[in-house]
Design a protein around this ligand. Structure first.
Ligand code: HEC
Length: 216
């Protein structure tokens, strides 16, 4: 293993061992570990998850660009982001193994996007990689076990902020009063400001359903 790969694997292992004591609400803890093995099952989860995330990320970036080109930034707030995604039969349309999609961050605009304990491990892992001056993992695969629900596969990918993103997530002093007023009214607890171009903004996460029995 190359030194860099070994370093990343060590970090992943450290995070994996950081099994969570108690959930934030005091309920029973979930357990989450990052998985790097090359088993057919993990390889399939990684591929299915990455394909889905790539499609979703392109949609997100396009939606933002189209909304900003068509209308004022304050009107664009209404379409941010991926809000048109709907689940049918419990999966995202066109992505039959994707049972959930989430965007999360260390600083959220909408508290509904706040990380759960397993998401937090993924955020902490990327943050520690960057603090160590290392390249962040391009993709994370995680197995999450819940006290009273079936386990699930999650795949995460870091998202960077482009110039378009900074219209809303950059310096509020550069926003128009109308945009600032709208964001403040809809998102009074907004923390997702002050980003610079190319800064790490957060994660896109998909949940990948387990394969049908007998298939990887
Ligand atoms: C027109 C304003 C606007 C622009 C431009 C914008 N966002 Fe957002 N962003 C929002 C709003 C509003 C939310 C909260 C959405 C919700 O209610 O879930 C949000 C939420 C997010 C979240 C989820 C975590 C959170 O903060 O709640 C991520 C990640 C994110 N944006 C990334 C981006 C990226 C990457 C871009 C550029 C491609 C971008 N945003 C451009 C307004 C914007």
């Amino acid at each position: 293993m190359k030194p860099r790969a070994r370093f990343l694997a060590t970090l992943a292992l450290t995070a994996a061992l950081a099994t969570l004591g108690a959930a934030a609400d005091g309920g029973p803890a979930l357990k989450a570990r990052f998985v790097n093995d090359d088993t057919p099952e993990v390889a399939t989860v990684r591929r299915v998850g990455e394909d889905a995330i790539n499609r979703l990320a392109v949609t997100l970036v396009r939606e933002v660009a189209a909304a900003l080109a068509k209308d004022s930034p304050e009107a664009a707030v209404d379409v941010c982001h991926l809000k048109s995604l709907t689940l049918s039969h419990g999966t995202v349309a066109g992505l039959p193994r994707i049972t959930a999609v989430k965007r999360t961050s260390l600083k959220v605009c909408n508290p509904a996007n706040a990380p759960d304990a397993a998401d937090q491990l993924a955020l902490d892992l990327i943050r520690s990689q960057m603090e160590n001056g290392d390249a962040p993992s391009a993709l994370l695969v995680q197995r999450v076990e819940f006290p009273s629900a079936p386990p699930e596969w999650r795949v995460y990918k870091p998202l960077g902020a482009t110039a378009n993103c900074l219209v809303c997530h950059g310096d509020p002093a550069e926003q128009s009063p109308a945009l600032r007023a709208k964001l403040n009214a809809l998102y009074p607890a907004n923390q997702a400001i002050g980003y610079a171009a190319h800064e790490w903004r957060g994660l896109i996460r998909v949940t990948v359903a387990d394969a049908p029995a007998g298939k990887p």
